[in-house]
Write a protein that binds this ligand. Structure first.
Ligand code: 7TS
Length: 432
């Protein structure tokens, strides 16, 4: 690691004093009471959950919405004339409208429920990519992508003969926009970019990239898996053609994700999966398709999970995305400041545009050992390649530790993390 070409984030030791805890309008102690899981002890110590980039915890309001659906309204959707069926359909479709308005989509028909961000991206790769791309066409992605926004394009290139190209990152871990401009040509048909990196927390200049993509008539797909939970994302303002995200990273249940797509595009696309509900008429030989978005929702959807996601959106909206963003920014900045107290610690990431995630390594300790020692202290962080192996390769490391925050985390929990890391150094016999 000593030979890594990485540059650590700019010196934060000289930055101003830590922010006053809870300096924005979030009553975090009250908020924490909504999250039953946070009240537990691990190994005799209060749980400190700092793996929010992997999945968020769920407030009682979301758990109750799912429970209430199963206890009161459970029936299949879009097919039953009886009351329960009507209530289930109404609740499912109302969740869709909540999601549409949460991301600034004018038309609820733009919202396709999938099982995850991963499935949403694959939907585009199959239902658009395999019918529109061939040899000579290019898909442009970045070196910063999660495997979910990389493997579907590798498979698409393999199956269609299209070429997959990359926007590299610079040594300061920001996207190399100069190269991006050069690689956007008339051959580029689709550009797929992570809005906020799950490894760095970097927020990429996606509006600028969308403009560049549209100048060469390429479509723009945003991976919003980390951004949508953390700040106000407005698809109309960004003008992206597609956006994928997951419910479970934004307080919702697992098993539900979203594909946003411009309606004209979705209408022009072939179906992804075939089955019930996605058809209009069927004969023994052929079929015609349902209207969007149901054309892309074959079979019984994840009804309870979508309803839970609707409750999650209500919860986030009530707190306010701007307050959430500001509080998490302050937590991240405080974490960054505190982490640099530790000798031998390298922080990765492009500081001015990153938040919510702190990736780091401590010289002389394997990331998995760090995570193990922290777990003994009740602190959950991630250690590994974060489903971004090419990025790890670029950083010249096999893995990193990663602490990732959400609005229910506290400044005291960051202090616990730092104490845990000091303990890890001492367990490993490192001086200082
Ligand atoms: N895109 C990004 C940027 C992600 O961070 C993730 C998951 C995905 C796509 C895929 O989401 P899924 O819900 O379909 O799995 N990220 C992580 C992570 O950082 N640790 O565990 C999962």
């Amino acid at each position: 690691m000593a030979e890594s070409t990485l540059i650590p984030s700019p010196d934060v030791r000289s930055s101003k004093a830590p922010p006053t805890p809870n300096s924005v309008a979030l009553d975090v102690q009250r908020i924490r009471k909504d999250f039953p899981i946070l009240a537990q002890q691990i190994n005799g110590k209060p749980l400190v959950y700092l793996d929010n980039a992997a999945t968020s915890q769920k407030p009682r309001q979301v758990i109750d919405a799912v429970k209430q659906f199963y206890e009161r309204d459970n029936a299949n959707v879009h097919r039953s004339i009886y009351r329960l069926g009507e209530r289930a359909t109404q609740a499912y479709e109302s969740a869709r409208q909540k999601v549409a308005s949460f991301i600034g989509a004018r038309d609820w028909r733009s919202i396709v429920f999938t099982k995850s961000a991963t499935e949403a991206i694959n939907l585009v790769a199959y239902a658009w990519g395999r019918h529109n791309l061939g040899p000579g066409d290019e898909v442009l992605i970045t070196e910063m992508e999660h495997h979910s926004n990389m493997i579907p394009w590798q498979l698409l290139a393999r199956d269609t003969g299209a070429t997959l190209r990359y926007i590299p990152i610079k040594d300061d871990h920001a996207l190399d926009m100069e190269t991006a401009r050069k690689r956007l040509t008339e051959r580029t048909r689709l550009v797929c970019v992570v809005h906020q990196s799950n490894v760095f927390g970097t927020v990429n200049p996606v509006k600028e990239i969308t403009n560049l993509a549209h100048q060469v008539d390429a479509l723009m797909l945003l991976d919003g898996a980390q951004s949508v939970p953390h700040f106000k994302v407005d698809v109309e303002d960004l003008d992206c053609d597609f956006m994928a995200f997951s419910g479970h990273k934004m307080l919702g249940p697992t098993g539900v994700g979203v594909l946003y797509g411009k309606t004209a595009l979705l209408e022009s696309m072939e179906p992804f999966l075939g089955g019930g509900d996605m058809i209009r008429t069927v004969t023994m030989e052929q079929a015609t398709w349902n209207e969007i978005p149901w054309k892309f929702e074959a079979g019984t959807p994840n009804i309870a999970q979508a309803i839970g996601l609707g409750a999650a959106v209500d919860y986030l909206s009530e707190l306010g995305m701007d307050s959430i963003q500001q509080y998490v920014n302050e937590l991240t900045e405080y974490g960054r400041l505190r982490l640099t107290e530790l000798p031998g610690l390298t922080l990765y990431g492009h500081r001015p545009t990153s938040s919510a995630v702190l990736p780091f390594n401590i010289e002389g300790i394997h990331p998995h050992d760090v995570a193990q020692v922290l777990d003994d202290a009740g602190i959950a962080i991630r250690a590994g390649h974060h489903c971004a192996q090419p990025l790890m390769h670029r950083l010249n490391v096999a893995a990193t530790c990663r602490a990732s925050f959400y609005f229910y985390n506290t400044f005291e929990e960051i202090d616990r993390l730092v104490d845990g890391l000091k303990a890890a150094r001492s367990v490993m016999g490192l001086a200082g």
